[in-house]
Design a protein around this ligand. Structure first.
Ligand code: PLP
Length: 385
C-alpha cells in the first residue's frame, strides 16, 4: 500500500501509542479523584497539556482540551454571543470562504459572511478590509487549508485587525474583535507561536499529527470570553466538562513532542519528495503552486474524472483523495477548488496527494509511475469511447 492521504488521517506514532498504553490500564484513575495515584495521573495530564501549549508558545492554562478540531472550532465561535440577526446588514463573523466544513457550518449559524480568496489560494486582504465593520467580532482564517495546504499570512491579518481595534478605541467603540485560526493541518510542519501570529483563538488537532483521533485543543487568549458547549463537572476551566481523556492527551502530547523534534527535517523531506514526485508525473496541471505546506500536492488531470482515478489507483494499492474526506464521501464538489476559481471540469479532474511519515523515496517513485500509467490508460479509454 502507498498511502498518500495524510491530510485525512495519520497513523498513531509508535512512541505516542506506547506512551498512551499505561493510562488505559494501570494509570486508569480519574484525575479529579482525591487519592495519590489519581493525583499522579492528574499531574501527568497537566504536564501533557503543558507540552502541547508550549509548542505554540502558550501555557497549559491557556488551552482547553476538546474531542477533536471540530469541537475546538465550535467552541471558538461561542465567543460570539446572541442569535444572528434575521436580516443582517452587517456581519459579526467573517470566515475564509475555503474553510473546513466545521468552520463554515458554525460560522453560518453565527451569522457569518465569507471572505474571498485569490486564485493563488491566499486571502483577499482587500475583501477582508471592506467586510470588517464596527459590528465584526470574530474573524476565522485557517493557518493552512486542508485541501490545498495554502498557508495564510496570519501575522499580516492580525496586523490589520490591530489597527482596526486601535481606531475603534479612539472612537470609543468597545466591541471585541478576535482572530481565530484553525491550525489542524500545520502543527507538524510550521513553527507556530500564538503571539507571533497574533491570534486570540487557535485550534489544534492530534489526529493530523500522528496522535490519536478524537483529541484536539483550543488556545484561548485572555481577551476571548467563551461559553461552554457542555456543562457538568467543570473540567478544563469550566469550558469543557467531562472526565478527561487522559490516554488521548498523553498521546497527543507525545505526537507534539515528536513533531517539534522533526519540524525542519520533515519540511525538507516533504519538499524534496514533492519536487521528485512532480518531476516524474506526466500531463497534469499543478493547482497549488505556492504558499503551501510541503506535503500537499493538488493535481489536475484535464478531461479525467478524478473520482474514477481514486478507485483505479486503489486497485493498484495507491490511496489518494479528490479533496476533504468528508466532502468526498458525500459526493459534493469541492467548495475550496471553486473558491480559487477552478472550472467544473478542472474540479472534476483534481486529485489531492498529501505526503507523510508512511512514505519513503521508493514509494514516491512508484506512486508517480502508477499514476502515470493509470492516467494514460484512462485517457486511452476515453479516446476510444
Ligand atoms: N479543521 C481542519 C482544517 C481539518 O482538516 C479537519 C479534519 O479533517 C478538521 C478541522 C476536523 O477535525 P476532526 O474531524 O478531528 O474534528
Amino acid at each position: 500500500m502507498i498511502y498518500l492521504d495524510h491530510a485525512a488521517a495519520t497513523p498513531v506514532d509508535e512512541k505516542a501509542l506506547e506512551a498512551m498504553k499505561p493510562y488505559f490500564s494501570e494509570h486508569f484513575f480519574n484525575p479529579s479523584a482525591a487519592y495519590l495515584p489519581a493525583k499522579k495521573v492528574s499531574a501527568d495530564y497537566e504536564a501533557a497539556k503543558a507540552t502541547i501549549a508550549h509548542a505554540i508558545g502558550a501555557k497549559a492554562s491557556d488551552i482547553v482540551i476538546t474531542a477533536g478540531a471540530t469541537e475546538a472550532n465550535n467552541l471558538a465561535f461561542t465567543a460570539v454571543s446572541g442569535a444572528p440577526r434575521k436580516v443582517p446588514t452587517s456581519f459579526r463573523v467573517l470566515y475564509l470562504e475555503m474553510e473546513h466544513d466545521s468552520i463554515r457550518a458554525v460560522a453560518k449559524k453565527s451569522g457569518g459572511k465569507p471572505i474571498k480568496v485569490l486564485p493563488n489560494g491566499l486571502i483577499d486582504l482587500n475583501d477582508l478590509k471592506t467586510k470588517i465593520t464596527d459590528e465584526t467580532e470574530l474573524i476565522s482564517v485557517a493557518l493552512a487549508n486542508n485541501e490545498l495546504g495554502t498557508v495564510q499570512p496570519l501575522a499580516e491579518i492580525s496586523g490589520i485587525i490591530r489597527e482596526i481595534k486601535l481606531d475603534r478605541l479612539k472612537r470609543g467603540i468597545k466591541k471585541q474583535l478576535l482572530l481565530h485560526s484553525d491550525a489542524s493541518q500545520a502543527l507538524n510542519l510550521l513553527d507556530i507561536n500564538v503571539a507571533r501570529l497574533g491570534v486570540d483563538l487557535l485550534t489544534l488537532n492530534s489526529a493530523k499529527i500522528y496522535g490519536p483521533k478524537g483529541v484536539g485543543a483550543l488556545y484561548v487568549s485572555h481577551d476571548a470570553k467563551l461559553q461552554p458547549l457542555t456543562v457538568g463537572g467543570g473540567q478544563e476551566n469550566g469550558l469543557r466538562s467531562g472526565t478527561e481523556n487522559v490516554p488521548g492527551v498523553i498521546g497527543f502530547a507525545k505526537a507534539v513532542e515528536i513533531a517539534n523534534e522533526h519540524l525542519n527535517g520533515n519540511r525538507k523531506k516533504y519538499a524534496s519528495f514533492r519536487k521528485m514526485f512532480l518531476s516524474e508525473l506526466k500531463d497534469f496541471e499543478l493547482i497549488n503552486k505556492k504558499h503551501v505546506l510541503d506535503n500537499f500536492i493538488v493535481l489536475c488531470f484535464d478531461g479525467i474524472d478524478a473520482e474514477r482515478l481514486v478507485f483505479l489507483l486503489e486497485d493498484k494499492g495507491v490511496y489518494v483523495a479528490t479533496g476533504a474526506a468528508c466532502a468526498a464521501s458525500k459526493g459534493v464538489k469541492s467548495h475550496v477548488l471553486k473558491a480559487i476559481g477552478l472550472s467544473d471540469s478542472q474540479i472534476t479532474g483534481s486529485l489531492r496527494v498529501s505526503l507523510g511519515e508512511t512514505n519513503d523515496e521508493r514509494q514516491i517513485h512508484e506512486a508517480a509511475k502508477i499514476i502515470n500509467e493509470v492516467v494514460q490508460a484512462e485517457r486511452k479509454r476515453i479516446g476510444h469511447e
